[in-house]
Design a protein around this ligand. Structure first.
Ligand SMILES: C[C@H]1O[C@H](OP(=O)(O)OP(=O)(O)OC[C@H]2O[C@@H](n3cnc4c(=O)[nH]c(N)nc43)[C@H](O)[C@@H]2O)[C@@H](O)[C@@H](O)C1=O
Length: 336
C-alpha cells in the first residue's frame, strides 16, 4: 500500500507516518513548513521520519496546485490522508484569510488531484469544532452541525461539504474525521497542553478561560492515529438504498462518504486537565480566572460508537497517563 500524507511535518501527520512506516507501508508526504508555530519542531519531526526506510518528502504549499498534483502523480498513492491545514481556533480571528486559502482552496487542490489519480480512499481532517454551539452531548456524527462559532470551524465544515460533492460526482470514496483536541509528544505549541506545561514548568501564571468551566474531550495522539489507520481500511461504499444505512451511521445516502468522530469519549474539565499537568510536572499552577475567549466552544465530548463499530477500536488513554507522556517528552526535548 502507498499512502500520501499532506501535512506530514505536522503533529498528527508525523505520528501517522511513523505508525505506517513501522508497518512497512510506503509513505510520501508534503508540508508547507509554514511558520504559524516553531518550524524547528516540524524539522525535528521530519528528521525522525527521514531515519525510516520507505519515507519520501516534498516541501510544497497546498495552494500550489500544479506542484501538489505533480508530486502526488509521481508517487501514485492508493490512499491520500489530507491533514495539512491552517489549524487553531483563536488564530482564525487574527488571520481569517489564511484559513480560506489553506483549508478551502488547499483541500480542493487535494480533492482534484485525488480524483485525477483515481485514489481508492481519500481521508480528510475535520474537527470537533464544527459542532459549534450544539449543546446536546456526547456529539454524534449524525447531529445537525450548522452553528460554527469560529471561521476555522466554518472552513472545516465547508471541506466536509466540498468533499461530499466530489465523492458523489466522481465516486471518490471519502472519510472525514472529526478530531477532538489532540495532545501528546511532539504536540502543537499553540495548544493548551503545550502552553500550560511550558508556563507551569517556568513558574509562570496561566490564564484559565471560562473560569475553568470549560470541557474538552482530550484525545491522545497515539490513540488517534490508530483510529485513522484502521479507518483507512474502512472504505465507504455508496449505499444501495437509504434503508440499508444502519442507524447511527453517517454514511451519505447518495455518495461513498462518511464522517467519523475520533475522540477519547470523555469530557474533562479544564481544571482536571491542569491538575493532570501539575501531577506530571510535580509543580503547582498559578491560575488567573478569566472570561471565555471569542470563538471558543465551551465543551466538546465525542460519541465514539461509530468509530468502534467500523474498526472495533476506541481510544483508551486517560488524561493523567497521556499528560505524563507529554511532559516527559517535553522535558527531554527541551532538556529541562
Ligand atoms: C479539535 C480542535 O482542537 C484545538 O482546539 P481546542 O479544543 O480549542 O484546543 P486548545 O488546546 O487550543 O484549547 C483547549 C482549551 O484550553 C484553552 N486555551 C487554549 N489556549 C489557551 C491559552 O493560551 N491560554 C489559556 N488560558 N487557555 C487556553 C481554551 O480556551 C480551551 O478551553 C484546535 O487547535 C483545533 O486545531 C482543533 O481542530
Amino acid at each position: 500500500m502507498r499512502v500520501y500524507i499532506t501535512g506530514v511535518a505536522g503533529f498528527i501527520g508525523f505520528h501517522l507516518a511513523d505508525l505506517l512506516l513501522d508497518e512497512g507501508i510506503r509513505v510520501h508526504g508534503m508540508d508547507g513548513m509554514t511558520d504559524y508555530y516553531d518550524v524547528n519542531l516540524k524539522r525535528g519531526r521530519l528528521a525522525v521520519l527521514n531515519q525510516k526506510p520507505g519515507f519520501g518528502f516534498t516541501e510544497c504549499m497546498l495552494e500550489d496546485s500544479a506542484t501538489l498534483a505533480a508530486d502526488m502523480a509521481a508517487f501514485k498513492p492508493d490512499i491520500v490522508v489530507h491533514l495539512a491545514a491552517q489549524a487553531g481556533v483563536r488564530y482564525s480571528l487574527e488571520a481569517p484569510r489564511s484559513y480560506l486559502s489553506s483549508n478551502i482552496e488547499g483541500t480542493f487542490n487535494v480533492m482534484e488531484a485525488s480524483r485525477d489519480l483515481g485514489v481508492k480512499h481519500l481521508l480528510l481532517a475535520s474537527t470537533s469544532s464544527v459542532f459549534g454551539a450544539n449543546t446536546e452531548m456526547p456529539y454524534r456524527e449524525t447531529d445537525k452541525v450548522d452553528t460554527q462559532v469560529s471561521l476555522y470551524a466554518a472552513t472545516k465544515k465547508a471541506t466536509e461539504a466540498l468533499s461530499h460533492s466530489w465523492a458523489h460526482l466522481y465516486n471518490l470514496p471519502t472519510t472525514c474525521f472529526r478530531f477532538f483536541t489532540v495532545y501528546g509528544p511532539w504536540g502543537r505549541p499553540d495548544m493548551a497542553p503545550f502552553k500550560f506545561t511550558k508556563a507551569i514548568l517556568a513558574g509562570e501564571p496561566i490564564d484559565v478561560y471560562g473560569h475553568g468551566e470549560m470541557f474538552r474531550d482530550f484525545t491522545y495522539v497515539t490513540d488517534l492515529v490508530r483510529g485513522v489507520r484502521l479507518l483507512m481500511d474502512a472504505v465507504p461504499e455508496r449505499p444501495s438504498t437509504v434503508e440499508s444505512i444502519e442507524t447511527g451511521d453517517s454514511l451519505s445516502p447518495v455518495a461513498p462518504w462518511r464522517v467519523v468522530n475520533i475522540g477519547n469519549g470523555e469530557k474533562v474539565a479544564l481544571g482536571d486537565f491542569i491538575a493532570a499537568i501539575e501531577a506530571a510536572t510535580g509543580k503547582v499552577a498559578k491560575r488567573n480566572l478569566m472570561e471565555m475567549q471569542k470563538g471558543d466552544v465551551r465543551a466538546t465530548w465525542a460519541d465514539n460508537t461509530l468509530l468502534r463499530r467500523l474498526t472495533g477500536y476506541r481510544p483508551q488513554t486517560d488524561i493523567r497517563t497521556g499528560m505524563q507522556s507529554f511532559v516527559d517528552w517535553y522535558r527531554d526535548y527541551y532538556r529541562l
